[in-house]
Design a protein around this ligand. Sequence first.
Ligand code: COA
Length: 632
Amino acid sequence: MWKRIATLGRKTSLELRLCSKAIQFRQPLGRVFLHQESIPRLPVPPLDQTLSRFLDTCRPLLSANELNEVEKLAKEFGKSGTELQKLLETRAQEELNWLEEWWLHTAYLDYRLPVVVHSSPGILCPRQKFNSRDDQLDYTARLISGVLDYKKVVDNQNVPIEAMGNNPLCMYQYYQILSACRIPGKKRDSFAVYPPTEKDPPRHIIIICNNAFFKLDVYDKDDNPLTTNQLCEQLRKIFKKSFSVKSPGVGILTSENRNTWGLYYDKLKNLDPENEKNLKLIEKSIATVCFDKAIPFDGRDEFSVGINQMNHGCGSKNNSANRWFDKTLQFIVSEDGQVGLTYEHSSAEGPPIVSILDHALIHARSNKTAPDGSIDGLPEPEVLNFNVNEEIQHGIEEAGKNIDTLISDLSLVGYVFKDFGKEAIKKLKVSPDAFIQVGFQLAYNKIYGRSCATYESASLRKYRHGRTDTIRSCTNASHEFAQAMISSKFSEDVETKRKLLLNAINAHRQYTQWAVGGGGVDRHLLGLKLIAKEHGKNIPDLLMEPSVAETSHWKLSTSQVASKTGCLLGFGPVVPDGYGLCYNPQSNSINFSISSWKTSPETESQRMAESIGSALVECYQLLSSGNVQAKL
Ligand code: COA
């Protein structure tokens, strides 16, 4: 019951599992259970509301003819869609969250492209200064100790409950991150979590070093977490041993297309019981930790090199085989002080992952390794020897070539905007997030002379098991503002431009409030499509219309992931001719990552970075030169 939650039936939930735990131990229901009970269910928005909001977002993106056609289809759907709407509402009454399982499958487990670049973000942390191998090992020991410190909080169901304004948030995702792993299938993947209450709970992490895998028990025989000194000594042994292990580099298979990896996973597992045992050990481990080789900078800045290293490992000759990309939480400590992680996205969004990372980093910073705790009597770290045959060896070589091709097409750059940060924007009395998003719209218009479909992740965690909806950041108001900015007609008219900017910021803020309040457009339309499929009904014409698809061809796929420790998250673009933009607003600066495909003649990450920088400065100048205040 505890495992493979994603493949179990509709009623499976953390609440059920916590409830069963309470019964099992005859204890009062856990704190988390009671909190979760108080979180409302995700509503199904009224159909008319969604259609009207949706049509509004089409206006800046479609021609007059396309818009006419879409309006006609929307009107028809307003009448014919009531049956689907009712079916969806019924589902919402029966399910804890009507979207949860659909989203898990549509966005993640059924998605067959490699998780690397396409789905799993990398997170780069502030660089450490390592003068020697000892420094690297010592830091890693403290980082692991920070993760174990956090695990204690999770195991005791004591993760502080977060809130958005006055609304407490669903904390479910926090309990799906440690000891978790995605498992490939030939057509569909699954996901497993191994909680602390099961009979033989995970007590180990997996260290990956020189492409070899090691099991490291991180608790002693009395169940105490190892001290940093003990961890450091164990890591030293692993490091030494890793040079003599002849590793076939099976980790690179996890970077493959999911169907291919699903096929090889079975071959690997069935070839040798030792392989099967090793796979299980990796999947069950609390997390993985990768000791990376340094990546040469070759004239690039350390921020850009680092975000690539965290995102994909920089290729088969560098660190891409030194990974298990299916692992939910995978820390990376490079010998040159680049530190970060990559995470498999199925079970959680960036913010909970960053909370764990922040905790571990702060712990590592403040807890120097003390010379306590003897290593006498601790079990030796265990090498996981994988047996491969010629066929699997061939798969490993192909996977190496494929990831190298993927990476060679990716242009991912890190950019620290230093002119101002969140605090200066707040002083202008506007929302920093809306300000940055309108800045993106201007940046895009400055390069292309037009607006484009833009996705921003909005948290649905106000609702039970909520994940995300889309903030459609390209609004009529942002389009009007950006067009005015690039037109010579308004060159001297600062007052008009300022008003248009404030309108755009307010429109973005409004859409954000709709989206986080369960009134976004995209998940509702997806739900209507999927309920039609599930009941064998025709997909409504509106949802099959090509120009409607155009309004979700996300040429800008964006996400804010804030952190306490100045980290930066980076992911790939979601369409061939688009950009992936991630940002972390700091008090006095903003960290950005910008990605695009090199094979697209339309996009160029560096140019977009520069355009974002100048757009933000222009927006700031407009607002700081007047006294007009935003409404929201
Ligand atoms: N004047 C002054 N300050 C303002 C303001 C205004 N008009 N509007 C907002 N602020 C302040 C806020 O109070 C907040 O202050 P704090 O830093 O002290 O907390 C700060 O500015 C940030 O607010 P804002 O920029 O409006 O953003 P937000 O925190 O409301 O975040 C989203 C907006 C959309 C990013 C957020 O709701 C969300 O959904 N985040 C999750 C996204 C996600 O899951 N991403 C990961 C996908 S992997």
